[in-house]
Design a protein around this ligand. Structure first.
Ligand SMILES: Nc1ncnc2c1ncn2[C@@H]1O[C@H](COP(=O)(O)OP(=O)(O)O)[C@@H](O)[C@H]1O
Ligand SMILES: [Mg+2]
Length: 230
């Protein structure tokens, strides 16, 4: 069963009298455990596609299925639950809450879920922070961390609830290349350990090299879709 199915996705943006055709009939599916890159220049539709897969935005036409759930049939409340339970996001600009510590930025995700005691959740959060290499830095706030460390917090936040799917929109774009590589190594390790499906976007050649599959997006259309041999 595929984690994600996108069928005939069309998305237009209207700016005054102009229409930007951001996605033109996109068809793509992702199997559980894949590690895929959506690759294309700025403006090709990468963020639009990731936001639609992540149920943050709706397509004008077409259908998205996550874990066999048809997204357009869901109520607002059901969609919020799907996002909370099945999808983790990593953003280009980290998007951490500045007044919370690294620990709190990760832990609050678990408190939203209403499962597990506070003590259990604290233990899970500490283990996750250790896994992304932040042991000892739990009490720092985002501005007291480097860019790479902030992105590690964001990855911990995305993964702590063990989602089936992690979406990362140009996760290394604001990092120097060495830090970017360490972030890719970390995502690859988590993908292998947990069989989490990862879809990330990039226009960086170094980042593409990490992908097991690359999907080229140009002007809102998929022009190539290639898996590396195992
Ligand atoms: N909210 C928006 N309003 C209007 N146009 C948008 C909006 N978001 C994206 N676009 C346009 O849609 C196209 C695809 O954008 P985007 O998905 O952000 O591409 P990428 O992430 O590959 O840079 C671009 O032409 C962009 O200008
Ligand atoms: Mg983008």
């Amino acid at each position: 069963m595929a984690t994600v199915v996108c069928r005939n996705i069309v998305k237009n943006y209207r700016i005054g009298a102009d229409i930007v055709r951001a996605l033109k009939d996109v068809n793509v599916s992702f199997e559980q455990g894949e590690f895929s890159a959506i690759v294309g220049p700025s403006g090709s539709g990468k963020s639009t596609l990731l936001n639609i897969i992540g149920c943050l935005d709706k397509p004008d036409q077409g259908e998205v299925k996550i874990n066999n759930i048809i997204i357009k049939d869901q109520t607002k409340k059901a969609l919020a639950d799907i996002r909370r339970d099945h999808i983790g996001f990593v953003f280009q600009t980290f998007n951490l809450i500045p007044v919370l510590t690294a620990f709190e930025n990760v832990n609050f995700v678990l408190s939203l879920k209403n499962s597990g005691s506070a003590a259990e959740n604290r233990g899970i959060t500490m283990k996750m922070l250790e896994e992304v290499g932040l042991k000892g830095l739990e009490h720092r706030k985002p501005l007291e961390l480097s860019g790479g460390q902030q992105q590690r917090v964001a990855i911990a936040r995305a993964l702590v609830k063990e989602p089936a799917l992690v979406l990362a929109d140009e996760p290394t774009a604001n990092l120097d290349s060495r830090t970017g590589e360490s972030i890719m190594e970390l995502m690859m390790k988590l993908n292998l350990n947990k069989r989490t499906t990862f879809i990330f976007s990039t226009h960086d050649k170094m980042v593409m090299e990490y992908a097991r599959r690359t999907i080229d997006l140009h002007d809102g259309m998929i022009t190539n879709d290639q898996r590396k041999k195992p």
